[in-house]
Design a protein around this ligand. Structure first.
Ligand SMILES: Cc1cc2nc3c(=O)[nH]c(=O)nc-3n(C[C@H](O)[C@H](O)[C@H](O)COP(=O)(O)OP(=O)(O)OC[C@H]3O[C@@H](n4cnc5c(N)ncnc54)[C@H](O)[C@@H]3O)c2cc1C
Length: 335
C-alpha cells in the first residue's frame, strides 16, 4: 500500500484524529436563561442532538428535541437480534482515547461501566480493498471497540435518560424562519421555537472487511464489510440475493472457497436510503475551513452541530459530533 492509500485508509477510519480536550463544564458567562414555554429546540436525536440536549440540561436549560425518525441514535444504529452481542450498523469504533466516554458524560459522580477492547498490533489484520494489511499498518491498533456494547448502547445508557422525555419522534422539520421575532420551526404538523439546527451529510470513502465479532466473548464468526463512496457502488446496484453471491465470491477468492461453504446469514444497511439521513458521511477530502464556515451560527439565533461541523481536519465520527455539540452549547450559553 502506498502512502496515499494509507492516508485514505486512515481517513476512512477516522484515524488521523487529534485528541481534542473538550467537555470541561460549560460555563454560563452571560446567564442565558429560558423556561419550559421557550425551550431550546434541537433538531435531530443523533449523537450531536442528544449531547446538545444533555449538556444544556446539565446547565438547567430546558430543551425540546425534534426527531424525524421513530427512534433516537441516527447513524449510531445497531442490531441486537443478529448475533449474541449487539452489532453496530453505523458508528462502531472509538476513534479517540476511550476516556472520551467519561468526558462525554461530563459528570464525575457517574460510574461509567463500559468495557472496550483494543486490537493486537502484532497479530491482527484487516482486508482493505482485497489486500491483507496489518492492523498496525493502518494504525487501527489505536482504535477501541466496545465489548458487548456499541456507541448506541453507551448513549442509551448514559445520555438518553436525561433527555428522553423531551424527544418528539416523527417530527420532520421542513422550514426554519430565524428572521422572525420569534424563531419559527415548521415541522410536518406543529410550530416550535428554535435555537439549534442540524444538516445531514453525504458520503465518500472505501471498503474494508473486518472481524465484527472481535473481542465480543462470542463463538460466532461474523465478518463485517464497510464500504462507502465509489467502493459501495458495485454492491448497491445489486439485488439482495445477487449481493450475497457477489460478496461470497469475493470472499471465496480470499479464503479458498471456504466463505460460501460456511455462509449462514447476513444483514445489510444502506445509509444512502435511510430516511432523513441519506448518506454515510461528508466527503472527508473537502476543505475543512470551508465546511467550518458553514457551521457558524445564523444571526446568533440558529446554531449548528453534527459530525460535519468540524473545527479541524478530522470529521465524520461520533467524537466530532460531540465536539460540535459542545461548541454549539457553549455558544448558546454565551449568547
Ligand atoms: C457506516 C458508518 C460507519 C461509521 N463508523 C464510525 C465509527 O466507527 N466511529 C465513529 O465515531 N463514527 C462512525 N461513523 C460516523 C458516526 O455514525 C456519525 O459521525 C455520527 O453518528 C453522526 O451523528 P450526528 O448527530 O452528527 O448525525 P446523525 O446520526 O445523522 O443524526 C441526525 C439525526 O437528525 C435526524 N433528522 C435529519 N433530518 C431531520 C429533520 N428534517 N427533522 C428532524 N430530524 C431530522 C435524523 O433522523 C437523525 O436521527 C460511521 C457512520 C457510518 C454511516
Amino acid at each position: 500500500m502506498n502512502r496515499r492509500e494509507f492516508i485514505k485508509v486512515c481517513r476512512a477510519l477516522g484515524l488521523v484524529l487529534p485528541v481534542q480536550p473538550f467537555l470541561s463544564a460549560c460555563t454560563n458567562k452571560q446567564g442565558f436563561k429560558n423556561d419550559n414555554t421557550h425551550p431550546v429546540v434541537i433538531i435531530g436525536a443523533g449523537a450531536a442532538g442528544l449531547i446538545s440536549g444533555y449538556l444544556l440540561k446539565q446547565q438547567g436549560v430546558s430543551v425540546k428535541i425534534l426527531e424525524a425518525a421513530s427512534n433516537f441514535g441516527g447513524r449510531m444504529k445497531r442490531t441486537t437480534t443478529f448475533a449474541d452481542f449487539p452489532i453496530p450498523l453505523g458508528a462502531e469504533w472509538i476513534h479517540v482515547k476511550p476516556n472520551i466516554l467519561s468526558e462525554i458524560v461530563n459528570d464525575d459522580s457517574v460510574n461509567i461501566d463500559v468495557k472496550v477492547e483494543k486490537y493486537n498490533p502484532d497479530i491482527d489484520c484487516a482486508l482493505y480493498e482485497g489486500e491483507k494489511i496489518s492492523i498496525k499498518q493502518i494504525e487501527m491498533n489505536k482504535e477501541s471497540k466496545f465489548v458487548n456494547s456499541t456507541w448506541f448502547d453507551f448513549f442509551e445508557q448514559y445520555i438518553v435518560p436525561s433527555v428522553e422525555k423531551h424527544i418528539i419522534y416523527g417530527a420532520v422539520v421542513e422550514k426554519i424562519d430565524y428572521l422572525a421575532d420569534e424563531i419559527k420551526i415548521e415541522t410536518s404538523d406543529k410550530v416550535y421555537l428554535a435555537l439549534i439546527g442540524f444538516n445531514p451529510t453525504t458520503n465518500d470513502g472505501e471498503k474494508l472487511y473486518y472481524d465484527a465479532a472481535y473481542g465480543q466473548n462470542s463463538n460466532l464468526h461474523i465478518l463485517g464489510l464497510f464500504a462507502v463512496g465509489n467502493e459501495s457502488l458495485s454492491y448497491l446496484r445489486l439485488t439482495d440475493e445477487e449481493r450475497v453471491k457477489y460478496i461470497l465470491h469475493e470472499l471465496d477468492k480470499i479464503f479458498d472457497g471456504k466463505a460460501s461453504a460456511h455462509y449462514v446469514k447476513h444483514i445489510f444497511q444502506n445509509w444512502d436510503i435511510e430516511p432523513h439521513i441519506n448518506g454515510a458521511y461528508i466527503r472527508d477530502n473537502e476543505d475543512w475551513t470551508a465546511v467550518k464556515k458553514l457551521g457558524e451560527s445564523a444571526d446568533g439565533r440558529l446554531f449548528f452541530a453534527g459530525d460535519a461541523y468540524t473545527d479541524g481536519e478530522d470529521w465524520s465520527a461520533v467524537n466530532n459530533a460531540v465536539h460540535s455539540a459542545k461548541r454549539a452549547v457553549q455558544a448558546i450559553m454565551d449568547s
